[in-house]
Ligand binder design. Structure first.
Ligand code: FMN
Length: 163
């Protein structure tokens, strides 16, 4: 390993391409959400998925209170949306930036009309994971949009799938 193990790890694991999703929820101060790529399917029986929340994430605190969240899978071309939700604007302001993209509530959590697909979950557990907490979500409702291409995160940059 190089002299900077964290950098070497990021460089290595960054070659494992992922999708990009906005994790959303609603709290006392309105909707909240953040851009994520540490999302994975966990179990089919029962239906579970995981989201890894950085401890500093404000969305984590809202999810802890609301006990539910949605995973909104982004489509190719939605880099600007990803940037807004990766910012430190307050939650409702992030949603106000969605001028061309409406959202609605499904199972009490915000679902973006523009999402390629979405999954609404009840929070089952928050497990410790170093500087993150691993949110285990029980899948309650799912939806798919059209067959558009996904936004992909690879080696620290956005790309999409090749046909
Ligand atoms: C491509 C990308 C992927 C990200 N993945 C995650 C993630 O999986 N978990 C996480 O906690 N933060 C992730 N982040 C960082 C959060 O989006 C960022 O810290 C955001 O400001 C959190 O917002 P909040 O404090 O309003 O919750 C990611 C950022 C980008 C650009």
């Amino acid at each position: 390993m190089s002299s900077d193990p964290a950098r070497a790890f990021r460089d290595t694991i960054g070659r494992f391409s992922t999708g990009v999703a906005i994790v959303t929820t609603i709290g006392a101060d309105g909707p909240a959400g953040m851009t994520t790529n540490a999302v994975a399917s966990l179990s089919l029986d029962p239906l579970l998925l995981i989201v890894c929340f950085e401890l500093r994430s404000r969305t984590l605190e809202v999810v802890r209170a609301s006990q539910r969240f949605a995973v909104n899978i982004l489509r190719a071309g939605d880099e600007e949306l990803a940037a807004v939700f990766a910012s430190k604007r307050v939650g409702p302001e992030k949603f106000e930036a969605l001028t061309h993209h409406r959202w609605r509530e499904e199972h009490g959590v915000p679902v973006l009309d523009r999402a390629l697909a979405w999954v609404a979950c009840d929070l089952r557990e928050l497990l410790p994971g170093g500087d993150h907490e691993i949110g285990v979500g029980e899948v309650v409702r799912t939806g798919t949009g059209d067959d558009g291409d996904p936004l992909v995160f690879h080696r620290g940059a956005y790309t999409t799938v090749a046909h």
